[in-house]
Design a protein around this ligand. Structure first.
Ligand code: NAD
Ligand code: MN
Length: 501
């Protein structure tokens, strides 16, 4: 029995962030409110992608550690955690949000150091995290069911109950935000969790774990197990005691998870997967507003956003003017470099493998005959920096138009009218985000109805709010995060039907 093994505690490591903040970084697996050594005897090297230097090493879980974490999460679920007054659970979450807020500059700095993103962006991420934890907590006592009238001889009502132990697997592009989108609603609804951060970015997940302990969340409710996708992720997906798995990552792995979740124990699945989202610019768009929106669409987080507006569609009347002004705008405004130099908009690509993928797609685009409007090269020779890259004169069958690149690379295509533009925009197996730039309210509303996407942004892009649901359609996945909709995933409905004598 795994839980009888003696667990060795691991001390935290002292780290000084590149902007000079000193803190204690937990480096053990977080199981049952302790930071412990992994049974694998292995560690993960955590790199700062802007310097390619190893910051620290953290414990790397084995399947046995996951089993132990699930046992602890199950015991916590079966304690009073899942049945207590939901407002008590909310109180922990509100305290957690307050603590994140108190330490937000440190947390943003950890995020920039571990992920490579610009510090200003990391600060924005943390604001959304604080907000979101509060929004989720606010729902805790409002998840209740409904009553159903079937005539005078019966009383019917439903109860929304937590599903049990939830397995959660997240990517490296928004390490803390993805974690908050998973953990906060799960806890608010009365579940317990075993979460695996992405291997390149475990630091804030472990730091957040220490905050969970600090605010007094009971042992076993939150468990964090960094480790490889193939072993740790797979153990979560196949686990017979896990009742739900929430995954954010690539479509390829998402498909694999759906199959294994079904084959193991038919656990509930929600998938937030890849994208190739269309950002449409109509002839009447206001370019002064549109250019920063296009930039936020594709160069925010160095393009490593699932909903990136990575296909720009421009109506023919404004096409030439847009090309000239977009090039000028990017070259004058979008600086690339150290996340901690606040004049830089774009930081580093998170890891070497993703950097190589992006550089490879840039070569593919050139081989396919697309023209480079700007960029197309790496910046410097240390750290994974890529110049914002725009391809134009593309055809819709090119790989750079079809496939998710997940980097600061965008294609620009021309369209004639609404019908033609919408057909091009919808010609994708993905359906995550979409954008519309227009000053015409009818165009905005008509096109919003026609686009096949989980989110449509009008005159803004990659603009998230804690109260607004987010998720995809088609092969971008299913299920929604944030808003009220997320509780669909973290609860199960019980109907009670009572016959009256
Ligand atoms: P990834 O699919 O490689 O990895 C995601 C997570 O899954 C990581 O924690 C990884 O370790 C784990 N994993 C890997 N193999 C696994 C397996 N066999 N079983 C279980 N888990 C496994 O994705 P990534 O490179 O970390 O992130 C980039 C991708 O994520 C892009 O496709 C992007 O579009 C997508 N993404 C989607 C959203 C969204 O909300 N829709 C948000 C962010 C990222
Ligand atoms: Mn890292």
């Amino acid at each position: 029995m795994s839980s009888t093994i003696e667990r060795t505690k691991v001390d935290s490591a002292k780290i000084i962030t590149p902007n000079g903040l000193t803190y204690q970084q937990p480096v053990g697996l977080f199981i049952n409110n302790e930071f412990v050594k992994a049974q694998s005897g292995k560690t993960l090297k955590v790199e700062d992608p802007s310097t390619e230097e190893v910051v620290v090493e953290v414990e790397s879980a084995s399947s046995e550690d996951v089993n132990y974490a699930v046992d602890c999460a199950e015991a916590a679920f079966n304690s009073s955690w899942s049945t207590r007054d939901p407002r008590e659970r909310a109180r922990y979450l509100f305290k957690l949000a307050d603590l994140v807020e108190e330490r937000k500059e440190l947390i943003a700095s950890i995020e920039s150091m571990d992920n490579g993103k610009a510090l200003a962006l990391a600060r924005g991420d943390v604001e959304l995290v604080i907000n979101y934890i509060r929004v989720a907590a606010g729902y805790a006592d409002k998840i209740g069911g409904r009553t159903i009238n079937t005539g005078e001889n019966y009383v019917n009502y439903t109860l929304r109950e937590p599903v049990g132990v939830c397995g959660q697997i997240i990517p490296w592009n928004f390490p803390l935000m993805m974690l908050s989108w998973k953990i906060a609603p799960a806890l608010a609804a009365g579940n317990t969790v075993v979460l695996k951060p992405a291997s390149p970015t475990p630091l804030n997940a472990l730091y957040f774990a220490s905050l969970c302990k600090e605010v007094g969340i009971p042992a076993g409710v939150v468990n964090i197990v960094p480790g490889p996708g193939r072993s740790v992720g797979d153990t979560i997906t196949n686990h017979p005691k896990i009742r739900k798995v929430a995954f954010t990552g690539s479509t390829e792995i998402g498909r694999d998870i759906a199959v294994k979740a079904a084959q193991s124990n038919l656990k509930k699945v929600t998938l937030e997967l890849g994208g190739k989202s269309a950002h449409m610019v109509f002839d009447d768009a206001n370019l002064e507003k549109t250019l920063p929106n296009l930039v936020n669409g594709i160069f925010l987080n160095a393009g490593q956003i699932c909903s990136s507006g990575s296909r720009i569609y421009v109506q023919e009347g404004i096409y030439d003017r847009l090309l000239t002004s977009f090039k000028k705008y990017i070259e004058e405004n979008i600086k690339v470099g150290s996340p901690f130099d606040e004049s830089n908009f774009q930081g580093a690509i998170n890891n070497k493998s993703q950097f190589d993928t992006i550089m490879n797609y840039i070569s593919i685009g050139q081989e396919e005959g697309a023209k480079v409007l700007t960029g197309g090269v790496r910046v410097g020779d240390k750290g994974f920096f890529v110049r914002p890259t725009v391809f134009y004169d593309v055809t819709e069958d090119m790989r750079i138009v079809k496939e998710e690149i997940f980097g600061p690379v965008v294609t620009i295509s021309k369209f004639k009218d609404i019908e033609d533009g919408v057909a091009m925009a919808n010609d994708s197996e993905f359906g995550l985000g979409a954008g519309i730039e227009t000053e015409n309210i009818s165009t905005a509303l008509k096109v919003s109805k026609k686009l096949k996407a989980g989110t449509v942004w009008v005159n803004t892009y990659n603009d998230f709010d804690a109260s607004v649901p987010f998720g995809g359609c088609k092969q971008s996945g299913y299920g929604r995060e944030m808003g009220e909709e997320v509780f669909e995933a973290y609860t199960t409905v019980k109907a009670v039907r009572i016959k009256l004598d």
